[in-house]
Ligand binder design. Structure first.
Ligand SMILES: Nc1ncnc2c1ncn2[C@@H]1O[C@H](COP(=O)(O)OP(=O)(O)OP(=O)(O)O)[C@@H](O)[C@H]1O
Ligand SMILES: [Mg+2]
Length: 396
């Protein structure tokens, strides 16, 4: 088929031609946005799921919906080694300026800017290099304690008051939430608690790997009360079929049922893999309908491309001991695995693997679905590890 017309879109954050299977979570978002805009309380959303399931794509879609509903939006991507404060300050400044341009009387936006300035001042002390031009006197004592769990809720409150005065609402969207520190996550939770108490029009939409199992005590119970955690996962067979058929049909190309069944078997319904298979099948096929032989013929190139793009970038960031750890995990299966079993397999004591385990969690390679268990964050990573390292001692 003509590669120029290829509708499939493998790639981080690339919008798929058909956003299959996500109607329920989009409906949840629509209700949340509508309720908060009309001054009613609703749980904010944290979209959580494994790598490549379509969280970023969903977050961008919800952002579009928010903008259409009249929200001002702030989108940031959390980062392994960057603090939340400096990341969010610049886009918040933009939103305050946007609010300022709304022609309704009031002084809350000006106050909000002074609070932002005080927030910045405290960070400057802490971060030294951080600079963001804001030519306004800070509101001393408003958000400059240097403790993000105190300062961020105060800043959010000033933002919420400014938005309310201008009869609008603000959506804060944070991707890769698993990279936030416990304290930053705590600050967000406290901030949203404040929004709920004061009924201010601010919603938070997060996306990332599952974070709830990692939270403890009070943080966890607050989080559960303030947020819904819709699980963004693999697609059902019907939705997977739709994700492949509809974009092809829009180009006048038919796909046989056998192809659909085989693609589902190979991808297990994971969106990134569906796009990659769809993309290669399309390029290889000569005529419509596309038949099973094409899938078989595409296998080598799909696996090669996935290894090089999706898997390899993650593998290359690992140290040799991290690789051995993951290779041992791969041997033990694709689901949740007990840390003790990995230690046994490696022939070492369980506490000696603690530091490697912690580093792999920080890098977002594994997560803990339940106490004492760990699992891969990347679907089918066990199969890749076996390809990349045929034995525990092989290095690549
Ligand atoms: N509902 C869907 N149906 C079909 N394809 C989808 C769907 N959602 C996402 N995709 C495709 O899956 C791929 C991955 O999407 P995205 O980058 O949003 O995933 P992610 O969950 O954010 O991954 P990561 O955790 O690595 O950031 C993209 O190629 C996208 O086009
Ligand atoms: Mg993403």
């Amino acid at each position: 088929m003509d590669p120029i017309k290829n509708p499939f879109s493998p790639g981080a954050g690339s919008p798929p031609p058909e956003l299959a299977g996500r109607a329920p979570v989009l409906e949840q978002a629509r209700i949340l946005l509508g309720r908060v805009l009309s001054g009613k309380p609703e749980k904010s959303l944290m979209l959580t799921g494994l790598r490549g399931v379509g969280k970023t794509v969903l977050l961008n879609e919800v952002r579009r919906m928010a903008q259409e509903a009249g929200y001002r939006t702030v989108l940031v991507e959390a980062h392994e080694d960057k603090a939340l404060g400096p990341l969010i300050a610049a886009p918040l400044k933009t939103v305050f300026f946007e609010l300022d341009r709304i022609a309704l009387a009031g002084d809350r936006v000006k106050r909000g800017l002074r609070v932002l300035r005080s927030f910045l001042g405290s960070m400057k002390v802490k971060l030294g290099e951080f600079e963001i031009g804001l030519d306004i006197e800070p509101e001393t004592g408003a958000a400059d304690s240097g403790d993000i769990e105190i300062d961020f809720p105060n800043l959010l409150e000033a933002l919420g008051e400014a938005a309310k005065e201008k009869k609008t609402a603000v959506a804060l969207l944070i991707d890769e939430i698993q990279y936030l520190s416990q304290k930053e996550l705590g600050a967000i939770i406290m901030g949203m608690h404040r929004m709920q108490q004061r009924q201010l029009p601010v919603v938070l939409l997060g996306a990332g790997l599952p974070v709830l199992p990692g939270l403890a005590g009070e943080s966890k119970s607050y989080a559960e009360r303030l947020f819904a955690f819709p699980d963004v996962g693999a697609l059902s067979q019907a939705d997977s079929n739709k994700a492949i058929c509809e974009p092809a049909a829009a180009e006048g190309v038919e796909i046989s049922d056998l192809v659909l069944a085989e693609t589902f078997r190979l991808t297990k319904g994971y969106p990134y893999f569906i796009q990659e298979w769809g993309y290669q099948i399309w390029n290889l096929a000569q005529s419509s309908p596309i038949e099973l032989g094409i899938v078989q013929g595409a296998a080598d190139s799909v696996i090669k491309r996935l290894d090089q793009n999706f898997f390899r970038v993650r593998f290359d960031r690992l140290t040799p001991s991290e690789k051995s750890f993951l290779r041992a995990m791969a041997e033990l299966g694709s689901g949740a695995i007990r840390s003790g079993d990995i230690a046994n397999y490696l022939g070492v004591k369980v506490n000696s693997i603690g530091p490697v385990r912690a580093k792999l969690i920080k890098k977002g390679m594994i997560y803990s679905p339940a106490y004492g268990d760990i699992a891969f964050t990347v679907p089918l990573f066990d199969e890749f590890m076996k390809r990349a390292m045929p034995t525990l001692s092989s290095t690549k």
